[in-house]
Design a protein around this ligand. Sequence first.
Ligand code: ZN
Length: 501
Amino acid sequence: MNDSMRRAAAILLVILGGAALWWTGSGAPASASANDAMVATIAAARERAAANDPRLKPASRFEEGGWIYVHLEGDPGAMGYQHGYLLGPEIEDGFAAVSAGMMHSTERDWEFFRKAAHEMLWPKIDAEYQQELQGIVEGLRARTGSKLDVDDIVAFNAFEELPDYYVPWLNKQQKAANAPNLKSPGNCSAFVATGTWTKGGQIVMAHNNWTSYRNGERWRIVFDIAPKNGYRMLMDGFPGVIASDDDFGINSGGLMVTETTITQFEGWDPKGKAEFVRARKALQYAGSIDEYTKIMLDGNNGGYANDWLLGDRKTGEIAQLELGLRAHKLWRTKDGVLAGSNWARDPKVLKEDAPQFDPANKESSPNARRARWDELLKENKGKIDVALAEKMLGDHSDTAQKKEEANERTLCGHVDGSPRGVKEWDWQPYYPGGAVQGKATDATMAKEMRFMARVGHPCGGDFLAKPFLAAHPEQTWQEPYLRDMKAGPWTEFRSSQTPKE
Ligand SMILES: [Zn+2]
């Protein structure tokens, strides 16, 4: 589109906007349908004008295997605009579901989260990510006419850290009476292996994301990011969020990154830098385990505290960064396996950052899955590859009951089927949450910027919202947002991918 065409489009928008004002302001008995038609016409004109924005030129989107693949490229503002525009409808939908959950669990209104984003988080966000977040708002508005602003989008990006890390800390500071029982989430089952543990000795990494089905069914974006500065990245993610956030990603500097959260972690530093910013920055700029560790520690706010599982495909080395707030520890090896299922293991981290966690309770979800990882990985020593990793992510062996049963203690989590729930995360019996998707890759694939991914339970099972809600009226508040979560096929994604013909 040349300049004169763009001007013409802008003029058309002004004319249509004016017509709408005249129409609604004239007091004429305009029928609702005529008014709707006018609104739709204006929206279409706005979309056409925005679609010709030069910032969108290098970006693209297509859908495959239940995933939405987006390619973002350029300077931070342009990448944000592309993100907001290409995923506009999904961002609005994801924001509605996520913000409802944040308000429901914390009993705080949305203004509270906006204020936290504006006053506490925003000033410490690196300029390039501020520009990217502002770009998201701009692209989103151009696409959908959304009313969301940058405070909304920042609070939304912090959806893992504000409700379950900041709010419990704040409630404690304020000695809030009758404060809701908030617990840091237990997200994910994962491992990274190398050396004699894997087929051919190369690094293999796999991860399934555990979260509410409400949010998890929307966690189906593959981001292919070519930033102006830093490394090329390929990661899974959530619409509107700049970090992978669950997390699974590879970069062109050779790093392979995933994590599982630390159960019953407590702590927050209001002066620190948001976790979603550090995690995105580390994937974008770290080309080694040391660089990754340094970026995650810089301004550590304690938000979304994880055991990071890392691989450096250039050296064959893997590492685990157990990132508490008061304490942290790094383990590394060129021959071994490091698994995660939401438990901290360093005595100092346990004592100072997760004092309530009981590592001896074999019945709890984190410990039962830990025992299963030990068993399964040992059984398959020397044979581990991506195909086997995919199977492991769908495993339903419950070590506490010593039987096959999909529940809260299996690597592929199905807490909606558990009469126990997960009390360590304050997930009530039959909580609609568990493993919501899976990803796996190895060093060869990572070098070619490729990974495998599957939406829905990694075992292939489906979750159906309607019968669930009928059986569990206590979850009725979720009804507007809870949808079926049907499993897709394992699908390969790579950088610079174009849709199949
Ligand atoms: Zn399953």
